[in-house]
Design a protein around this ligand. Structure first.
Ligand code: FAD
Length: 120
């Protein structure tokens, strides 16, 4: 079996901002790239909802569609306008996938995003 340390080191050093939340989007884990991109330290975000990253520029309908998708246990891909701790807005290209337990019930969500502002 692969050692947990292998997963941890790989995720920690990923250039993609990765977080794991409970079923209501309360943050349980955030990797190093998440801290760098958002400007929030891990300690600050643990237990907080991912909505701390929300700017007022993303239409409500986008969030509603996101939640409808992930509650159906499907993967959502899209772009949100996020705001860093310093108050800078960036385009977050996001993938949210459900993590199910043995019974197939929603357990966690895995969020992965990168800054798409400077692409092109
Ligand atoms: P809210 O009023 O809280 O939510 C807007 C609408 O979303 C609601 O009207 C409702 O339809 C739906 N909704 C919100 N929470 C729930 C819930 N628990 N169950 C069902 N429907 C719900 N948001 C970002 O802005 N940036 C991110 O980078 C980001 N990453 C996320 C990563 C993960 C893994 C998950 C699970 C969620 C992420 N979200 C992210 C979504 C975030 O949790 C909020 O729903 C979103 O930011 C809107 O928050 P709000 O307070 O502005 O509005």
């Amino acid at each position: 079996p692969l050692p947990p340390r292998l997963f941890f080191e790989a995720v920690e050093q990923s250039p993609v901002a990765i977080s794991i939340t409970d079923h209501k989007a309360a943050i349980l884990y955030a990797n190093h790239a998440f801290e760098t991109l958002t400007g929030y330290s891990r300690e600050e975000v643990l237990g907080q909802n991912e909505s701390i990253l929300s700017s007022n520029a993303t239409p409500l309908s986008v969030y509603q569609q996101l939640w409808r998708t992930i509650q159906r246990k499907e993967t959502w891909t899209g772009t949100l306008v996020n705001r860093t701790k310093a108050g800078l807005d960036y385009l977050a290209e996001l993938i949210i996938s459900p993590v199910l337990d043995r019974d197939g019930d929603l357990q966690y969500f895995l969020g992965m995003h990168r800054d798409a502002t400077k692409v092109h």
